[in-house]
Design a protein around this ligand. Structure first.
Ligand code: GRF
Length: 214
């Protein structure tokens, strides 16, 4: 993946909720800071604010209802096959998970190996999973933060691309900490995308090396 010239990367964003990270990517693109365009925003939630944001910015939005897949024995894989169809139809090169509240299966992971990123509100490998700001406070850590990583089969386990540290302050609650972490999320996710667009992410095993700008 290294050594590629900067080009417009076709991004597909998968989101389930308020979509503030999606917005950060949209804003960076509109400000001319990313060699990328969002060609699809897909959600498993019909009323996701992320879909509204997409429509507001004239981006293709798709709600893919998980319900019709629920009865099947391999329902999660079947759903991901449908997601993959939509991604391919839109010729998506890079998938960004942005508050996507579904565990992706190997169907998607294999198809987008080293081309699917996630943002997580902790300094991985500490505190994978959910409610992580609360867990960080309960654990008494002094530093928290956020991580952009490539997606692999294990939840929140893939090769780390960028992290930002956020100190825990006296009197922090899960909410105040989450809000400060989110500010950093909105900085590092666009940065990770731009590094990808510049072909500077070199994955070797679980380590991502960032090549210097040419
Ligand atoms: C963020 O905290 C992100 O790290 C996590 O889910 C949250 C999504 O927020 N994966 P938003 O929908 O991007 O506002």
């Amino acid at each position: 993946m290294s050594g590629r010239a900067a080009k417009k990367v076709r991004i597909g964003v998968l989101a389930s909720g308020r979509g503030s990270n999606l917005q950060a990517i949209i804003d960076a693109i509109e400000a001319g800071k990313l060699d990328a365009s969002i060609v699809l925003v897909l959600s498993n939630k019909k009323d996701a604010v992320a879909l509204e944001r997409a429509r507001k910015h004239g981006l293709a939005d798709v709600f893919l209802d998980p319900k019709p897949f629920a009865g099947q024995p391999d329902s999660r894989e079947a759903y991901d096959r449908a997601v993959l169809d939509v991604l391919r139809k839109h010729d998506v090169e890079l998938v960004l998970l942005a508050g996507y509240m579904k565990i992706v299966t190997p169907v998607l992971v294999k198809a987008y190996e080293h081309r699917m990123m996630n943002i997580h509100p902790s300094l991985l490998p500490s505190f994978p999973g959910l409610d992580v700001q609360k867990k960080a406070l309960e654990h008494g850590v002094k530093l928290s933060g956020c991580t952009v990583h490539f997606v692999t089969d294990g939840v929140d386990e893939g090769p780390i691309i960028i992290q930002a540290a956020v100190p825990i302050l006296e009197g922090d609650t899960a909410e105040t900490l989450a809000a400060r972490i989110l500010v950093e999320e909105h900085k590092i996710y666009p940065k990770a995308v731009q590094l990808y667009a510049e072909g500077r992410l070199n994955v070797s095993g679980r380590v991502v090396r960032i090549n210097s700008a040419s």
